[in-house]
Design a binder for this molecule. Structure first.
Ligand SMILES: Cc1cc2nc3c(=O)[nH]c(=O)nc-3n(C[C@H](O)[C@H](O)[C@H](O)COP(=O)(O)O)c2cc1C
Length: 345
């Protein structure tokens, strides 16, 4: 039996295998009301039927202006939470565990009327210049995260992932190039971490299931001062102390630059391994992990605890069944007998 397709307990989350569908925005909310549509139910349902252990719902905004675009999902109203609860219940019936990525785009919220950020610095000339957040804005956004977490709890999600990566609001607070604040939320690493820390402390009071954080552990930016990997290892240790269950290690997105490393299968995995070395909590790897052998290698060599397959699952819903065949894992069962018949070529 492969590790990839065998069950695991990740800090209180019982998963039937180690394949995770990472959050991927689908921009399919055509009514611009943040509500899941027939598309979302079918899209996630198909991956649940395909056997994905944990599905993390795409970045879901905690307030309207925190959406990346107006076609994103949102969980700033009870009606949105209620609609998601029906989708979550169906996904549970289909055998998947379901998480939700909560996020705020900050200066990268392209459709926001009044984009906010730690400092008034635009992402690029194509984006509006954001307004520097006041203390009142910080309190309001923290409360919006708490209200969203409460709704996520009521909707039955099995975990929450805070989107601290890809240059969105939390990432903007963490990094010195996007955070020039002179109050207690800017300056030292510890100060820049404060916003994320306070969000976690507040949502823990309303969400008792696992809380994960996604981090971009390099900004790939050689033109300015950026957090180092050692800084992120420190942030990881602080997150561990706060009771965060798992770290989802990604890279990039902070600045308008392309990665300055070759992009090949598993290109982000060395970052994951480095984060894992300095932590006691599990980590997930993501980024062109389409080869089941590579995924299995990372798990066997303890470079990651879970494997996320994003574009691979968009392209090929049958990814897990094919992985089982490739890894000669005879324990893996497709959804039902009819699906089994579909595997015969
Ligand atoms: C269409 C699309 C939408 C994405 N949306 C999100 C998102 O909502 N939140 C997030 O953290 N990452 C997002 N990502 C990044 C993916 O979660 C993942 O990290 C990335 O695609 C690399 O993994 P892969 O090579 O397996 O696709 C998105 C990626 C794609 C392709």
């Amino acid at each position: 039996m492969s590790l990839l397709l065998s069950p695991v307990d990740i800090a209180g989350l019982s998963l039937k295998n180690r394949v995770v569908m990472p959050p991927m925005c689908m921009y399919e909310v055509h009514q611009e009301d943040g509500l899941p549509t027939a598309f979302h139910k079918a899209h996630y349902g198909a991956r649940a039927i395909a056997g994905v252990g944990l599905i993390i719902q795409e970045a879901t905004a905690i307030e309207p202006d925190g959406r990346l675009t107006n076609k994103d999902l949102g969980i700033w109203t009870d009606a949105q939470g209620h609609s998601m609860s029906q989708m979550v219940a169906d996904l549970h019936v289909l055998g998947a565990q379901v998480g939700i990525q909560l996020g705020h785009g900050g200066r990268k919220s392209i459709d926001a009327k009044d984009p906010i950020a730690p400092s008034a610095i635009a992402y690029s000339s194509d984006y509006k210049k954001p307004r520097e957040m006041t203390q009142a804005d910080i309190e309001r956004i923290k409360e919006a995260f708490v209200a969203a977490a409460r709704r996520a709890d009521k909707a039955g999600y099995d975990m929450i992932e805070l989107h601290g990566a890809h240059g969105y609001l939390i990432n903007q607070f963490l990094e010195p190039q996007t955070n020039h604040r002179s109050d207690s939320y800017g300056g030292t690493l510890e100060n820049r971490f404060r916003f994320l820390k306070e969000i976690i402390e507040s949502i823990k009071a309303v969400f008792s299931k696992p809380i994960w954080v996604r981090l971009s552990v390099t900004a790939y930016d050689e033109t300015g001062v950026q957090n180092t990997l050692e800084d992120y290892q420190q942030i990881g240790r602080w997150l561990e102390e706060l009771g965060v269950a798992c770290l989802d290690i990604s890279t990039g997105g902070l600045m308008d630059v392309r990665p300055n490393i070759p992009i090949h299968g598993g290109y982000q995995a060395p970052f994951t391994a480095k984060m894992k070395e300095s932590l006691n909590i599990p980590v997930t790897a993501v980024g062109l992990l389409n080869s089941p052998e590579l995924a299995e290698y990372l798990l066997q060599n303890q470079q990651a605890d879970l494997i996320q397959v994003g574009r691979g699952l968009i392209r090929n819903t049958n990814w897990l069944a094919e992985a089982a065949e490739m890894l000669r894992d005879h324990q893996f069962k497709v959804y039902n007998n009819s699906y089994q018949r579909g595997q015969v070529r």
